[in-house]
Design a protein around this ligand. Structure first.
Ligand SMILES: *Cc1c(COP(=O)(O)O)cnc(C)c1O
Length: 385
């Protein structure tokens, strides 16, 4: 197989739905924090598949685990048991402090499971979500995703109300007799890397307990060390009733999970929910190896340290167009007073991949394995731009 860039793009235009705005490069390979395009040009990757490649691209331990597992067993139905699922479930329960796991394949699918479970457990229908929230593109997840542009063409969706993020009082005021639960990102990702005040989640937890409604934390983006903790909920000490995660879970292999406390999980009986591929042996083997790498290479602490380092470096840049720099661990946003699209384009030409979210926020979510030298290079390119 040897298509050049034009050959690839022509086929995309001819055969693939036009649902993404793509950067004009085709990636051929990647290792650590560097991706290489089909012309052999290398880029320092500050996007990491959008907070997916936390252990770096093609981490040798993950590659090895996938190879070994693929030779033994790739997939069997959830009609049967596998060792990989058992081992991973135990590991996840230990890491999250939750009690039961449902395996799936993506963030949106984890959120769908959470919404169904919350409805079944509460007997109520409506959700409270937050302004600028992003929870995915399937019908249920879309109902609680804030951007009107994403939602409007697909209505009617599930009933939901949006309240300002980082305002616990607004949640209290929005609760009524049909409210099933509140769903939140502990740090908003797509919404522009918005870090709430320290006591926000605690207050929301108290309100949910007082009113008898469920708290769902969406850690699809913030999980697996991204924010300098295994899960971002640890920054506040708050335990949700239901937790969703996905992106970095499989070390690049597609995988997601919905976790819950025992008494909530007990509301799902046989046949209430299912996923053909959910927790297949290959995905579980990748996730087990991924978690092992995060532990062995102490990437959670590294995320915290490098995040602080990156924020410091960004703070030292010329502040002309910079409104705010914020984040936790290696989930950092730099809000500009201008749109960031041109900066993303120029950085790419200069060998650095950056992501722009909410039009004017440069989002840095590099592999947690990125080196200081690579971060320095990325920041110096930004400085030059
Ligand atoms: C990316 C994301 C999702 C959706 O995940 P997909 O795997 O794209 O379906 C949901 N919630 C949050 C917080 C996300 O960042």
């Amino acid at each position: 197989m040897q298509l050049d860039y034009d050959g690839i793009v022509q086929r995309y235009e001819k055969y693939i739905f036009n649902t993404y705005t793509r950067q004009p490069i085709a990636i051929k390979s990647a290792r650590g924090a560097v991706v290489t395009d089909v012309n052999g040009k290398g880029y320092i990757d500050c996007v990491a598949g959008i907070a997916v490649n936390n252990v770096g691209h093609c981490h040798p331990s993950v590659v090895e685990a996938i190879k070994r597992q693929a030779e033994e067993l790739i997939h069997v139905s959830n009609l049967y048991y596998t060792e990989q699922q058992a081992v991973l479930a135990e590991e996840l329960v230990e890491l999250t402090g939750m009690e039961k796991v449902f395996f799936c394949n993506s963030g949106a699918e984890a959120v769908e499971g959470a919404l169904k479970l919350a409805r079944k457990a509460s007997g109520r229908k409506e959700f409270i979500a937050t302004e600028n929230a992003f929870h995915g593109r399937t019908m249920g997840a879309l109902s609680i995703t804030y951007k009107e542009k994403y939602r409007k063409p697909f209505e009617p969706l599930a009933p939901a109300v949006f309240v300002p993020y980082n305002d616990a009082g607004a949640i209290r005021a929005a609760i009524h007799e049909n409210t099933a639960g509140v769903i939140l990102e502990p740090i908003q990702g797509e919404g522009g890397v918005i870090v709430p005040s320290d006591d926000y989640l605690k207050e929301v937890r108290e309100i949910c307990d007082e009113k008898g409604i469920l708290l769902i934390l969406d850690e699809v983006q913030t999980g697996f060390g991204r924010t300098g903790k295994w899960f971002a909920k640890e920054h506040s000490g708050v335990e949700p009733d239901i937790l969703t995660t996905a992106k970095a879970m499989g070390g690049g292999f597609p995988m997601g999970a919905m976790l819950a406390c025992e008494d909530i999980a007990a509301n799902f009986g046989r046949g209430d929910h299912a996923s053909t591929f959910g927790g297949n042996a290959l995905a579980c083997a990748a996730a087990i190896a991924n978690i092992d790498v995060i532990k062995k290479e102490k990437l959670v602490r590294r995320s915290e340290e490098l995040g602080n380092y990156l924020i410091q470096k960004l703070e030292s840049l010329n502040k002309n167009y910079v409104k705010e720099i914020r984040g936790k661990g290696l989930m950092v946003g730099m809000e500009l007073s201008i749109k960031c699209e041109d900066i993303v384009n120029r950085a790419r030409e200069m060998g650095v991949l950056l992501n722009c979210t909410s039009e004017s926020v440069l989002r840095f979510v590099p592999p947690l394995t990125i080196t200081k030298e690579q971060l320095n290079k990325a920041v110096s390119v930004l400085d030059e731009i």
